[in-house]
Design a binder for this molecule. Structure first.
Ligand SMILES: Nc1ncnc2c1ncn2[C@@H]1O[C@H](COP(=O)(O)OP(=O)(O)OP(=O)(O)O)[C@@H](O)[C@H]1O
Ligand SMILES: [Mg+2]
Length: 469
């Protein structure tokens, strides 16, 4: 058909209009591709060797706390590909709200985004250690098969931005992009910054998002934990020996996953014992959940499985695991906890340590079924011998001249943390009485005074709690 219609019946006119529309569109696209060769687009298309319209994107979203690991994975990948890392960034516009292709399209059509500098953010890699990670940036490299690809990183956050991070692989070939993504993920797992760390889930102050913090690993000696004879041994055998012998146990068909419940009154050393265990397992990843963070049990279990050998510590679990009969509809958090414990395969070298001071109220499902909890240990108040050891332990830094047998007799029924606090107060009293002395002498007077104060404040608190003054 010619450009100008010879007969002007309606059908021919419509056909003409359709053709004309196509021509106009094609012209507009050609102009856009050619004339606005923005440096940002040019950078991408010249490396990938295809026009933008033919670029394939493979994206992967990750939890916010994977940012540093993502950076490591990409760094290792660039190294492996022999790429000189020439990162570039994007400036302008509403960065953070669009994916890379969206930004390129906007850059082409409206010139909103431009080639710019790479944005960096800091990401934790240890209790006191941070690293620089690309917050928004791209780097040209190759897929494992040599096809040109561009890897883009987007870190988590911004005030209103997403709480995930993501990376994208751009290429002419989907297969090449997928292969590059898979390799980056493998390298991330091999160089995971979370592995072997002590981690605690919490809730961030702004927006209530989940957060993962690194904690220093405690280093307590066996002598620092005062428990009745054999108790610490039993606990250690259960947790540490299995870890030491994991290969042999697995080979002989024994399961590795284990659950330990520490129960006893407040201040008797449940948390203290867990801290001791953390120190005894220096290579083990530890994930601690306390209070409201318990709702991240699903995340915690997934991390534990991935980063094994690992120890999942659930503190004061009675807060969520009260007997089902007390909550007619059942407690969803408890089910999440049980699911998470069940969901970790028996061959996983994962230990769950639960602490509570209300064991009898714990859901039967949690305590009775083997495979969830297979050892329950009572952490009791110290007996006379235990109290004497505690006086010596927490009196180590002072000159203890008080009559210990009397102090031990007078502290019948107190907890370990009470003895610790008693010595601290006695030391304060001693210092107050001798402000210029060089040593701190805890004598009978200091100890008796401190004990009287503590007993009084205990009963005052009890009285005020009971509302009688
Ligand atoms: N058995 C113990 N041996 C030595 N020190 C102890 C012991 N128990 C408690 N302490 C001291 O008292 C502090 C508080 O104890 P801890 O936090 O372990 O108590 P808990 O049993 O976990 O109590 P809660 O049920 O309230 O959580 C510890 O940090 C430690 O310094
Ligand atoms: Mg505790």
């Amino acid at each position: 058909m010619g450009i100008a219609p010879e007969n002007t019946d309606e059908e021919s006119l419509r056909a003409f209009a359709v053709q004309l529309q196509r021509i106009i569109r094609a012209t507009a696209d050609t102009v856009a591709e050619d004339s606005v060769a923005a440096p940002l687009i040019e950078k991408v298309t010249s490396h990938l060797k295809v026009p933008l319209a033919q670029v394939v994107v493979v994206a992967q979203e990750l939890e916010a706390w994977e940012h540093a690991t993502l950076q490591r994975g990409v760094d290792k990948y660039l190294e492996e590909q022999g790429t000189d890392p020439a990162w570039f960034g994007i400036s302008g516009g509403q960065r953070g709200h669009e994916d890379l292709m969206g930004m390129f399209a906007a850059a082409r059509r409206h010139g909103i985004y431009e080639l710019g500098a790479v944005d960096f953010a800091t990401a934790s890699i240890g209790p006191e250690e941070v690293t620089e990670a690309v917050q928004l940036g791209l780097v040209p490299t190759t897929a494992p098969d040599g096809t040109p690809v561009i890897v883009g990183i987007r870190g988590p956050g911004g005030m209103h931005g997403p709480t995930i991070c993501r990376f994208e692989v751009l290429s002419e070939s989907r297969a090449a992009a997928v292969a590059a993504r898979d390799r980056i993920e493998q390298l991330m797992r091999a160089h995971d910054v979370l592995r072997g760390q002590v981690l605690a889930f919490g809730v961030s102050e702004n927006r209530g998002n989940q957060m993962l913090t690194f904690l220093p690993r405690p280093d307590l000696g066996g002598g620092d934990v005062v428990l009745p004879d054999g108790v610490l041994d039993t606990i250690e055998r259960h947790v540490v020996s299995v870890a030491d012998q994991s290969a042999r146990l697995l080979a002989s068909g024994q399961h590795l996953k284990r659950g330990l419940l520490l129960h006893g009154p407040p201040g008797t050393g449940k948390t203290h014992t867990v801290r001791y265990l953390m120190g005894r397992l220096p290579e083990t990843t530890v994930i601690v959940l306390t209070g409201t963070a318990m709702r991240f049990i699903g995340n915690a279990a997934a991390l534990a499985r991935r980063l094994q050998p690992s120890l999942v510590v659930l503190e004061d679990v009675d807060l969520i695991a009260q007997d089902r009969s007390t909550t007619p509809t059942g407690n969803p958090l408890l089910f999440a906890l049980l699911d998470a414990m069940d969901g970790i395969g028996n061959d996983a070298d994962v230990t769950f340590v639960l602490t509570t001071n209300r064991a009898q109220e714990l859901e039967h499902a949690l305590t009775d079924r083997p495979g969830r909890i297979d050892l329950a240990v009572e952490v009791p108040k110290p007996d006379a011998e235990g109290r004497e050891r505690l006086f010596r332990l927490y009196g180590k830094g002072v000159e203890l001249t008080a009559d210990l047998s009397q102090a031990v007799a007078e502290t019948e029924g107190v907890t370990a943390s009470f003895v610790k606090e008693l010595l601290r107060r006695a030391a304060l009293i001693s210092i107050a009485g001798d402000p210029h002395g060089t040593t701190v002498v805890v004598d009978d007077h200091a100890l008796t005074t401190a004990l009287r104060e503590m007993n009084e404040s205990r009963s005052t608190l009890t009285r005020s709690l009971l509302g009688s003054g």
